[in-house]
Ligand binder design. Structure first.
Ligand SMILES: C[S@@+](CC[C@H](N)C(=O)[O-])C[C@H]1O[C@@H](n2cnc3c(N)ncnc32)[C@H](O)[C@@H]1O
Length: 240
């Protein structure tokens, strides 16, 4: 079954569209295209692709039902020539790609195991396992959703270690929905928050879609501002 959270997908796509437009020259996505980890139903990103005729996105999803739905949605939007969807693991499929930019609203549910109502949303015990793997890759730019409850402290530290700076981001609060409220997910979220490794309150958490870059063509580092937007205590970040 495809991932279904309209607010989260719309925030991801809206932020992605803004970043791709604002940094078109620096990301140079018209040359080599971009790759995507986790297509879902492709609805939100299809609209971004439709609005950027020079953009080519090659996307992977491990969930067969998502891929079937995504291909239909891509065709409905008339962007099949620009947005290709493949069934399989992103890390295997994208190896050797000429793209320099990855886009992803990654699986980020923290839980002790992946036996969840939607197993494809499992992000490892701390929620950030797939994003950390992306940051270990060869990419020059990563446009990713970073969730305040999925060990963003560890994510920002790993990004800095890998030479990434935060060029820009758009943050918004999201309700703890049915995926986050699955009991073993919620329990793990509370543990991470209690350990000072994330933030969520009774009803909500923050998600920021950030442009992480290693390119000298993009100046500045907004890591501290991003940590603030994710409600992280600054000492927790400094100690990471
Ligand atoms: C949070 S959903 C995002 C879907 C869509 N991009 C959106 O924002 O609506 C994450 C997606 O990643 C997929 N996924 C999980 N692990 C993956 C992997 N290793 N390679 C490719 N896709 C993966 C899941 O099946 C799921 O559809």
């Amino acid at each position: 079954m495809p991932f279904d959270c309209t607010a989260e997908s719309a925030h991801f796509a809206c932020s992605l569209g803004l970043v791709l437009r604002q940094y078109a020259r620096e990301l140079d996505w018209a040359d080599g295209g971009v790759v995507e980890l986790g297509t879902g139903d492709a609805r939100a990103v299809s609209e971004v692709v439709a609005g950027l005729p020079g953009l080519a996105v090659r996307s992977w999803d491990v969930d067969a039902a998502s891929v079937d739905e995504a291909r239909a949605v891509v065709a409905e939007h008339g962007v099949a020539g620009q947005y290709t969807v493949e069934h399989g693991d992103f890390f295997a499929g994208s190896a050797g790609s000429p793209a320099r930019t990855v886009i992803t609203n990654p699986p980020y549910l923290p839980a002790p195991d992946g036996d969840l109502q939607l197993p494809g949303l499992w992000g490892g015990p701390d929620g950030n396992a797939l994003l950390l793997r992306v940051l270990e890759g060869p990419w020059e730019h990563v446009v990713a959703a970073v969730a305040s409850y999925a060990d963003p402290v560890g994510t920002l530290a790993a990004a800095a270690d890998a030479g990434f700076r935060v060029a820009s981001f758009l943050a918004m609060p999201l309700e703890l929905g049915h995926y986050s409220r699955e009991p073993k997910v919620l329990a793990r979220i509370r543990e991470l928050v209690d350990a000072g490794r994330g933030w969520a309150d009774e009803d909500s958490y923050m998600v920021a879609v950030a442009l992480l870059t290693r390119s000298p063509r993009i100046a500045g580092d907004r890591s501290a501002e991003l940590a603030g937007a994710l409600q992280l205590p600054v000492p927790a970040l400094a100690a990471a």
